[in-house]
Design a protein around this ligand. Structure first.
Ligand SMILES: [Zn+2]
Length: 243
């Protein structure tokens, strides 16, 4: 009996020691974004780790001495929020011109826009129906409006802006921007672009702009249709324009 009590006490003390270490790591290493988006996960790790620490011995022995390993949460909400915060509070410089090269393996265009010509496109977009991307577009308008004309090299679209393809597509269809095909290695006149937009297809429907040689310059999933009755639109309908 005495042995069992001692063993239990030892178990509890070890759990408490681990909890103390893990709590220090959580407070020091995790930032406000982790705490905002993963608070529940953090408490679960602390509680389960302290109560069931022998499992760690077998499953993740290093986490016994480095509990920080257990705080790498799946999902990107905290990272995304962190990137947004950094972009807003410490924006990279924006030149008078913006260069956009989609890196999605299906689009081979290179597009250069004047920062100022994109602002009305974004404002139009923001005036339309609400979209999940509005926060991004608001940040983008602000960033473009604060451009620095003395920077001659065009600025790449910042990586925090992940839905620029809608804006590029809209701007190009309005006749804006300088376009180049990275496959042909040649400039493409806006009027020579070939438009191919899926419509009413079951599954993913793409919007595509191609060069005259048939290389896709900008192609992205615009709409998902589950069945004939149910329509899922992402992120919102776009008015179709001729040419
Ligand atoms: Zn081409």
């Amino acid at each position: 009996m005495g042995l069992l009590t001692s063993a239990l006490a030892l178990y509890a003390v070890a759990g408490m020691m681990w909890l103390a270490l893990a709590a220090i790591v959580a407070v020091r290493k995790l930032d406000r974004f982790d705490w905002k988006y993963h608070k529940g996960d953090i408490w679960v790790v602390l509680a389960l780790g302290a109560a069931l620490w022998p499992i760690l011995l077998f499953a993740k022995p290093r986490a016994l001495v480095q509990p920080g390993q257990l705080f790498n949460f799946e999902g990107r909400a905290a990272q995304r929020a962190r990137d947004f915060y950094q972009f807003v509070h410490n924006p990279p410089p924006c030149a008078a011109r913006i260069i956009y090269e989609p890196d999605d393996k299906i689009s081979f265009g290179r597009f250069v826009f004047d920062a100022s010509e994109l602002i009305p496109v974004l404002e139009d977009r923001l005036r339309g129906s609400e979209s999940a991307y509005d926060d991004e577009y608001l940040m983008l308008v602000e960033w473009l409006a604060n451009k620095d004309d003395s920077i001659l090299e065009p600025t790449k679209v910042p990586s925090v802006i992940q839905n620029f393809h809608w804006i590029a597509d809209e701007a190009i269809r309005q006749g804006l921007g300088a376009i180049e095909c990275r496959v042909c290695g040649k400039a493409v006149n806006n009027s020579a672009l070939v438009t191919q937009d899926d419509s009413g297809r079951r599954g993913w429907n793409y919007r595509t702009l191609s060069c005259p040689a048939g290389h896709s310059l900008l192609s992205f999933r615009a709409m998902h249709i589950l069945t004939r009755d149910r329509l899922e639109i992402e992120p919102q309908t776009t008015s179709s324009r001729a040419g």
